[in-house]
Design a protein around this ligand. Structure first.
Ligand code: PGA
Length: 254
């Protein structure tokens, strides 16, 4: 049985003061999530990680939004997995479509980042998803399959089982136009089939696959009733404690 995960992606939002305010208000949520065997976490900017870590209730997962594939050296502006791990960050979002689009991040580079994170015993949250043009051309499965094969190729079964995948159709991110649960479940089932082909059935059944893209308190439940969807990666609706709580309740009550 895969443990469900609710992860808030704060993107470039919140000053350290605002991030601390959030972290100080979610103690009840962590207790509630533990009671229902759901994992919850947030991904603040690099700038806020230390403050969030020191004010967050125990059990709240703290993730970064990116990581560099190298361990240290002349990479101005970058942060490595060992640095994140040294302060207690356990997860990192990799290959978000905004990074693929604005920073030219490729699936092959994401692969290197996944390897760097696994080396530090961290959990990569590897994002994939297609553009509206690709979706309308009916090429979603082949497009996403390539992202999965390039990002996950070469990992051992054990390593692959530690990766969390997030399927986020680009046309649904921040647009308010979420993918229907049927579309999300179909693509996520396809991803699981690709993983089965790459790593075998047993491993593919242990890998958690989240849906992301305009997940809100009023639609989160519909995804959670789908057999292959193991949680949600949420941007806008994760920014306020009340809405984050409503997302968790929606997940639990699904
Ligand atoms: P959204 O963002 O929930 O605001 O659509 C999701 C994401 O980009 O991870």
């Amino acid at each position: 049985m895969r443990t469900k995960l609710l992860l808030g992606n704060w993107k470039m939002n919140k000053t350290p003061k605002e991030a601390i305010e959030f972290a100080s208000q979610v103690g009840d949520l962590v207790s509630l999530s533990k009671k229902h065997n759901v994992e919850i976490g947030v991904a603040p900017t690099f700038l806020c990680l230390v403050d969030v870590l020191s004010h967050a209730p125990e059990g709240l997962i703290i993730s970064s939004q990116n990581v560099n594939e190298h361990d240290h050296g002349a990479y101005t502006g970058e942060v490595s997995a060992s640095m994140l791990s040294s302060i207690g960050v356990t997860h990192a979002i990799i290959g978000h479509s905004e990074r693929r689009e604005y920073e030219g991040e490729t699936s092959l580079r994401c692969h290197e980042k996944i390897v760097a994170l696994l080396k530090e015993k961290m959990t990569p949250v590897y994002c994939c998803g297609e553009s509206l043009d690709t979706f309308e051309a009916g090429e979603t499965s082949s497009f996403v399959e390539k992202q999965i094969r390039e990002g996950m190729g070469g990992l051992s079964k054990e390593e692959a089982s530690k990766v969390v995948i997030a399927y986020e159709p680009i046309w649904a991110i921040g647009t308010g136009k979420s993918a229907s649960s049927e579309i999300a479940e179909t693509t996520i089932k396809n991803i699981r089939d690709v993983l089965k082909d790459m790593f075998g059935e047993e491993t593919s059944e242990t890998i958690r696959i989240l849906y992301g893209g305009s997940v809100k308190p009023n639609n989160v439940s519909q995804y959670m009733t789908c057999p292959n969807i193991d949680g949600a990666l949420v941007g806008g609706a994760s920014l306020e404690p009340d809405s984050f709580k409503a997302l968790l309740e929606g997940m639990i009550n699904a």
